[in-house]
Design a protein around this ligand. Structure first.
Ligand SMILES: [Zn+2]
Length: 284
């Protein structure tokens, strides 16, 4: 699943390539890929101008100026969602494989004039909102702050207020938003904290260090266009941060800090990679 750096890369690529363009028409081939009524969705986005594409948490937000006023389209890619360019599927023309929604855009060359939403496993969703609906949706979503901008005070307060293991709490998008399995494992290793520690047991110095390391890693990963695992791809290609992973996917290899064998076990339902020597649960 794409996490903060990958979603950031996808959103930046989209903003560069489709930002400022008008959606001439839209089509949905698989109605369930749209939350709510897919015909309303098509009516809603057709004719709108894409003003800005941005990431928030692991969501992509398309700011739209529609014929009926401001609007937004949100996309969550879940496991295998992607955006790609291609030829607008004229009546009778086959759609590219695994593509479920298409947006014909102004000012792009023929053959590359449509933005497609592609999703092999079909867990991702597209949604369109007017401002009132968006506000309501965001309130119900109750997503936590972004790790790149949350203050150290707020980060400490949020972790201290949560029961549960550190790994589970950091994956919870209601605590902070944007982190997933890879970047939680990498951040915990960098900060020398056990994924099994109780989130509310961390000292202020520990949460400060964790936030600092998480930011350093996320920024380096954004710089590298994210980690290319099986399903991630931006419009301008994949990323290379997987080459910089210290623990993720490296069980059995020597720890880069101490040389002990890295281990993995399931924590919070996710395969978790860590060094059992450098990341002990503190005994304080
Ligand atoms: Zn170690």
């Amino acid at each position: 699943m794409p996490e903060l750096p990958e979603v950031q890369t996808i959103a930046s690529d989209l903003d560069d390539i489709v930002g400022g363009r008008r959606i001439i028409q839209a089509a949905v081939a698989y109605p369930k890929i749209v939350a709510g009524d897919s015909r309303r969705f098509v009516d809603f986005v057709s004719g709108a101008k894409i003003e800005k594409v941005e990431r928030f948490g692991k969501w992509i937000r398309f700011g739209l100026a529609g014929p009926a006023g401001p609007a937004a389209m949100l996309a969550h890619l879940k496991m295998t969602g992607q955006f790609q360019l291609g030829a607008w599927p004229e009546e009778g023309r086959a759609w590219p494989a695994h593509c479920h929604a298409a947006f014909q855009l102004s000012g792009l060359p023929p053959g590359q004039d449509a933005l497609f939403y592609r999703d092999i496993r079909k867990f991702g969703r597209l949604r369109a909102f007017d401002p009132g609906e968006l506000e309501e949706f965001l309130r119900a979503l109750a997503q936590g702050p972004d790790p790149l901008t949350v203050s150290p005070d707020e980060f400490h307060r949020r972790l201290s207020a949560r029961r549960g293991r550190l790994k589970a709490v950091l994956l919870d998008q209601g605590c902070v938003s944007g982190l997933g399995n890879i970047y939680v494992d990498e951040s915990l290793f960098a900060a020398g904290l056990s994924p099994l520690a109780a989130a509310d047991s961390l000292s202020r110095a520990e949460t400060d260090l964790l936030l600092k390391e998480a930011r350093r890693i996320l920024k380096a990963a954004i710089e590298a266009r994210g980690s290319t695992t099986s399903n991630y791809k931006g419009l301008k290609g994949g990323g290379s941060f997987q080459l910089a992973h210290q623990v993720y996917g490296r069980a059995g290899e020597p720890c880069p800090k101490c040389g002990a064998a890295l281990t993995r076990r399931v924590v919070a339902g996710r395969t978790t990679h860590y060094c059992p020597h450098c990341q002990k649960v503190s005994a304080k």
